[in-house]
Design a protein around this ligand. Structure first.
Ligand code: MG
Length: 399
């Protein structure tokens, strides 16, 4: 199962409306669809972020991948270790993750086994997702969106839970002053008194604001499942956590191997949000989660606008990782399309783990071509800019 070729195709897939978050807007997703081709003609599919930098990194990775057996993913990651020594970022974790994903898909296809079998077996057939609720600008093309008030957010939450069966809810905040977003949470809580509920302002608040809001959350009896990244950095999160007894989660300040030890020593977080891409793939997530288990930290899963190939990988990984006890995040319900032949659907707020060989999804070549043409025309979609707020700058530390 020697690998003879490696390629990546960047695609743009639009959202049905413009999602707002603390650092800009999300109008769609630019993803890199990776294909690993073996000598016997098997094509393994992977996915990561797209764009010119990722395409360049894939080219840099080529000599480390070509000639390797697709099953030797441990060897592959060790080959890539040279790019993890601090100053060398030519093949970042997000690219290593996409290549590993494609090798795993090729390995599963070659053996005729679903990825969850290669990962030790699934402990559940479906994986639960949260209702990921965003403030949205109205999209001029679709006419959808426009949620800019607590009432509109409450209505959007009811709509998502009704349509997809979600029972766990996450409000993406950091857009309006916390008092207004707090009002939205109160309305959601009134509609869903028993639902696990999260709030994620993406580090838009100072330590002082985070502590004040934390006290308010406790006094209100809101009973948040967790508050996600209220403020920036391990130091800031640690100060907030010492001051208030609200569980804190992160996908911002503890996202790499060398942040685990200081994060635990500082008691900065209660829940680490895994991410197949940020952490550099399945094996790296396994290592991180083993540490989380040893220290009794909770683990969920972060989303950054994955299409169906990455979503399949997330399903296989979550289904084989019982320590992931929280409903996982996804933007899937905001996306207008996908590049796989049979896009996933939610049933009772969950998706079914594929049972076909490898990832269990197939590439739709027509859609790949269509959305690659969109990428060529539009360029990469940045989420770190809001045209409606041209003078805004983030209140984030500049490291
Ligand atoms: Mg987050």
């Amino acid at each position: 199962m020697k690998i003879v070729d490696l390629r990546v195709t960047s695609v743009n897939v639009p959202f049905e409306a413009i999602l707002r978050w603390a650092c800009g807007v999300e109008t769609g997703t630019t993803r890199g669809i990776i294909e690993v081709i073996t000598e016997d003609g098997i094509i393994g599919l992977g996915e990561t972020y797209g764009g010119a930098a990722v395409e360049h990194a894939i080219e840099t990775a080529r000599p480390f991948v070509i000639g390797l057996d697709a099953l030797d993913i441990g060897v592959l990651m060790r080959r890539f270790a040279v790019f993890c020594i601090g100053y060398e970022t030519a093949i970042p974790a997000i690219v290593r993750a996409g290549i590993e994903m494609a090798c795993l898909d090729a390995a599963g296809k070659s053996l005729g086994l679903p990825l969850h079998k290669l990962l030790g077996g699934k402990t559940r057939d479906t994986v639960e997702f949260g209702a990921y609720v965003f403030y949205r600008y109205r999209d001029a093309k679709t006419g959808i969106g426009g949620e800019d008030s607590p009432q509109a957010i409450a209505e959007r939450t009811r709509e998502l839970c009704s349509r997809h069966g979600f029972t766990d809810i996450k409000l993406k905040g950091g857009v309006y002053p916390p008092a207004q977003e707090f009002k939205a949470l109160e309305l959601i809580r009134a509609d869903f008194p028993d639902a696990p509920l999260r709030w994620d302002p993406n580090a838009a608040w100072s330590v002082e604001t985070s502590i004040r809001i934390g006290h308010r959350l406790i006094a209100s009896g809101m009973d948040l499942e967790y508050l996600e990244d209220p403020t920036a950095s391990l130091e800031g999160m640690s100060q907030v956590r010492k001051a208030v007894s609200v569980p804190l989660a992160t996908n911002m300040c503890l996202v790499a191997w060398d942040q685990i030890a200081p994060g635990i020593r500082m008691r900065a977080v209660d829940v680490i949000l895994s991410d197949l891409h940020y952490w550099g793939g399945v094996q790296q997530n396994r290592k991180m989660i083993a540490v989380a288990e040893a220290f009794n930290l909770g683990v969920g899963m972060h989303s950054d606008r994955e299409l169906g190939i990455s979503t399949a990988a997330m399903l296989h990984f979550a289904a084989t990782t019982p320590w992931i006890t929280y409903a996982i995040d996804s933007h899937y319900h905001d996306q207008l399309d996908d590049v796989i032949t049979e896009p996933f659907v939610y049933r009772d707020g969950s998706m079914t783990v594929p049972d076909g060989p490898g990832l269990g999804v197939e590439l739709d070549r027509d859609k790949l071509a269509r959305y690659h043409a969109a990428y060529k025309k539009e360029g990469g979609i940045s989420e770190f800019y809001d045209p409606a707020r041209p003078s805004w700058v983030p209140a984030l530390p500049l490291f």
